[in-house]
Ligand binder design. Sequence first.
Ligand SMILES: C[S@@+](CC[C@H](N)C(=O)[O-])C[C@H]1O[C@@H](n2cnc3c(N)ncnc32)[C@H](O)[C@@H]1O
Length: 249
Amino acid sequence: MAIKKKKISLNTIIREWILVNRYKKNEFPANFSYEWDEIHYNRMAVTNLLLSEMGITRYLEIGCAGNDLFDAVLADEKIGVDPRRGGTHRMTSDAFFSTYDGEAFDLVFIDGLHLYQQVRRDLDGALRVLKPGGWIAIHDMLPRDWLEEHVPQIRTRGWTGDGWKVAFELLACPDVEFRMLAIDHGVVVVKPLRDSPVIPDLSATLRDERFGYLFHHFALLPVVGYHEAAAWITARRAQLGGDAPAATA
Ligand SMILES: C[S@@+](CC[C@H](N)C(=O)[O-])C[C@H]1O[C@@H](n2cnc3c(N)ncnc32)[C@H](O)[C@@H]1O
């Protein structure tokens, strides 16, 4: 059976062509060959795996758009933050994290504005509102070529931006463990090993880096497939005494 692909408008094609030519100097000749459509695990699968066996669960999603993920998440209580559409709170993540004083979350999924400094702030905010034993996931962390990564944005579809830089900051932090899942444009799963870990700020080194840096340093990252990630999640739960379910009276 033929698989329908969404059409791209002529305006989009022209806009991308103009931008590709404007930023031609940033072109990088190599790419990663992941075919996301052919890897049959996605962010919904990982999110629900993380929430399984956790008892009563509270979930926070940053950036909800059409609620594709938000509606698929099997959590008991959900908050979704997006200034434009979807979720439950019509505001930016910065506004949310600076005012939120409610109950902590078992899982925070970061998928808002895909710019390094914003992803970094979202990670810091997520760590502040996370329950002990909780998890953080970050979407769109694995651009396959310079066009998917480029800031300012060139690609309309499949744009990941440069949030990947945060993975190198996680690598430099002894207080967290993480995996970069090679599924669905890249999903980073973070497990804090103690309360309130401080993630190093490598912005002086990373700020001006582009896709070529990720390509050349990719082997340093803990990149895994879904099954290896699932085994790691299970092992981490067992080692840390499990994800303590919320206490009940
Ligand atoms: C890639 S979409 C999210 C997709 C959704 N998580 C899913 O998996 O179906 C990114 C969303 O982030 C939102 N966004 C942009 N800037 C934001 C910000 N500063 N804070 C929170 N959300 C933001 C956009 O409005 C957009 O809806």
